[in-house]
Design a protein around this ligand. Structure first.
Ligand code: HC1
Ligand code: SF4
Length: 570
């Protein structure tokens, strides 16, 4: 153990502890900006500088460790002057148009500048005004970048892709797409993890909220909204709602108040995905010699983009089942339109997703199987729906709880867990077990693949057939798994991959809490909803039974293939 003094207080911590962490053990908060624990501990922003007695130069607290007898001052006059000057230099190259910045009120740079009382800048502003295609789902504003390098680290270390890099030299050094490429030319999966780890407004999603407002104002349009599983675990976070009060019923009420005609649930089509994907898996297992294993889940568009761009040799092993979001759009503009006698061309289908990659998924040209129009017209993130609620001046704390509309609003516990890593796998196994045994599985029979571990695996007996499964989240982990499969080191029948760590609960479109990872907490909300659900298995969903009886026939029928499956090469 190491004994030292921080701001006059005796501190004892383990050897190797950073000064930052040591101070935190006695409740002393040293401000940070570029720092991300275990990921970006580079002291680049110099905001966490502290004074150490006997050393002339100030040192960064995040990447210097404690020494026996050290005497540290975290907020001495010398520290305050330096910290303030470092911030002023950052602000000199920062576009501080906070009133029109999407991160205003949730920006670490803004908070620190306010905390330090910076009201006048002694330096002349020097902005670069780089061009960026603002029609792309991921938008970067170089003038808001503070070169903290977090996006580089997250993309490289968590996602294993490396879209971002440092460009130019000396005072012109800045972050940009690696190798001088455009973002379109890069292997960006649009997972959005760089956005949720950016401390400022340098990275954001394209704002599509006006398209929804326009449709709501158009008397010709029937606006149909679907809410993704993981959105219900996070939407209230930036609206001042306690987690237990931010129920999906209140979000349904908010959307009705905005004028949405039908509020439905992506969970309904998650149950539908399970029927199709589970059946697809069982068919492949029944004809093992004709198929290459494992079959991979295909509901995460970040993962699908990764396979197609980085590891195309695995493309044919992706399930052909569309994502629940896309299945929803296809049945809305066919089955539901017929049921209600609505011209499908007049339906405007909106999905609310925890995801930025979904903005590209809805724009895939072949996702138009119902009536020739895009099956889903627009995909907005959890952050965007929160902005819409604020723009409508709806007080979320006063909302009543309302039910989804029918029939695309009915779902089971197996569907809601799609939003947490391991959930798709568990949901599929519950239904596959029923199909092959005719029995109802114990609700938690397949729970080994829950939790936030990077790579989980299990083998289950399905009526005498051993099924080897694996679950990973985070694309770097997916890359390691693909390497191991390619090298013959592991063999699986079915693999679930979610691009974002922890699955959609930790999605790139979720509310941002700088430095906090909330995938686990939100995932627990979803597992809790499953636990308390009346029906736990997709095949038990009465609306699923009805759509097969009345419209689709059976899983993998010709109509189901047309509407609910896709060719990943198209
Ligand atoms: Fe997801 Fe999915 S779980 S991909 O994360 O399969 O976005 O929540 O909606 O489509 O259902 C996202 C979440 C979501 C789809 C489902
Ligand atoms: Fe989108 Fe979910 Fe995939 Fe992340 S894990 S890219 S939020 S679908």
């Amino acid at each position: 153990m190491v004994n030292l003094t921080i701001d006059g207080r005796a501190v004892t911590v383990e050897e190797g502890t950073s000064i930052l962490d040591a101070a935190a053990t006695v409740g002393i908060k040293i401000p940070t900006l570029c720092y991300l624990k275990d990921l970006n501990e580079i002291g680049a922003c110099r905001v966490c500088v502290v004074e150490i007695e006997g050393i002339d130069q100030l040192v960064a607290a995040c990447n210097n460790t404690v020494l026996e007898g050290m005497v540290v001052h975290t907020n001495s006059p010398k520290v305050r002057v330096a910290r303030r000057m470092n911030m002023e230099l950052l602000l000199a190259t920062h576009d501080s148009e906070c009133t029109s910045c999407v991160r205003s009120g949730n920006c670490t740079l803004q908070t620190l500048a306010n905390d330090l009382g910076i009201s006048d800048l002694p330096y002349e502003k020097r902005l670069m005004h780089d061009e960026w295609d603002k029609s792309y789902p991921l938008i970067r504003n170089n003038d808001k970048c503070i070169n903290c390098l977090r996006c580089i680290q997250v993309c490289e270390k968590i996602q294993g892709i490396g879209v971002w890099d440092l460009a130019n030299r000396a005072t012109h050094t800045s972050v940009n797409v690696r190798g001088g490429m455009t973002i379109q030319e890069s292997d960006c999966t649009l997972c959005g993890q760089c956005i949720t780890h950016c401390p400022t407004g340098a990275l954001r999603e394209r704002d599509d909220t006006q398209k929804v407002f326009d449709a709501l104002a158009d008397p010709e349009k029937v606006v149909v909204v679907q809410i993704a599983p993981a959105v219900r675990a996070a939407w209230g976070e930036s609206l001042g709602l306690a987690r237990e009060d931010a129920t999906v019923g209140r979000l349904v009420a908010a959307l009705r108040q905005m004028g949405v005609d039908y509020v439905f649930d992506t969970n309904f089509s998650a149950d539908l995905t399970i029927m199709e994907e589970g059946t697809e898996l069982l068919h492949k297992l029944a004809h093992k010699e004709e198929n290459t294993f494992p079959m991979f889940t295909s509901c995460c568009p970040g993962w699908v983009r990764y396979v197609k761009a980085v590891r195309p040799e695995f493309t044919d092993q992706l399930s052909t089942s569309k994502s629940p979001g896309q299945m929803f759009g296809a049945v809305t503009k066919s089955y539901f339109a017929e049921l209600k006698g609505i011209d499908p061309h007049n339906i405007f289908c909106v999905e609310i997703m925890p995801c930025t990659a979904k903005k590209a998924e809805v724009a895939i040209p072949v996702m138009n199987d119902a009536c020739g129009d895009s099956d889903v017209d627009v995909s907005i993130t959890t952050r965007e729906v929160d902005r819409m609620i604020r723009a409508e001046h709806i007080d979320a704390t006063m909302l009543p709880e309302e039910d989804f509309d029918d029939p695309l609003g009915t779902s089971t516990g197996a569907a809601v867990i799609f939003g947490a890593t391991g959930g798709v796998m568990e949901a599929a196994l519950r239904t596959a077990y029923h199909v092959v045994t005719g029995k109802t599985p114990e609700p938690d029979a397949f729970s080994d693949v829950r939790g936030l571990d990077a790579w989980k695996e299990a083998t289950y007996d399905l009526a005498g057939t051993p099924v080897r499964v694996a679950v990973v989240s985070g694309l770097a982990n997916a890359g390691y798994l693909l390497d191991a499969i390619a090298a013959g080191e592991v063999e699986y029948d079915f693999v679930e991959v979610m691009a974002c760590p922890g699955g959609c609960a930790g999605g790139g479109g979720q509310p941002i809490h700088d430095g906090e990872e909330l995938a686990g907490v939100r995932g627990d909300v979803l597992w809790g909803l499953d636990h308390n659900a009346e029906l736990r298995n997709s095949y038990e969903n009465p609306s699923i039974k009805a759509i097969y009886e009345d419209y689709l026939g059976e899983p993998l029928s010709e109509r189901a293939e047309d509407l609910l499956h896709t060719d990943h090469h198209a």
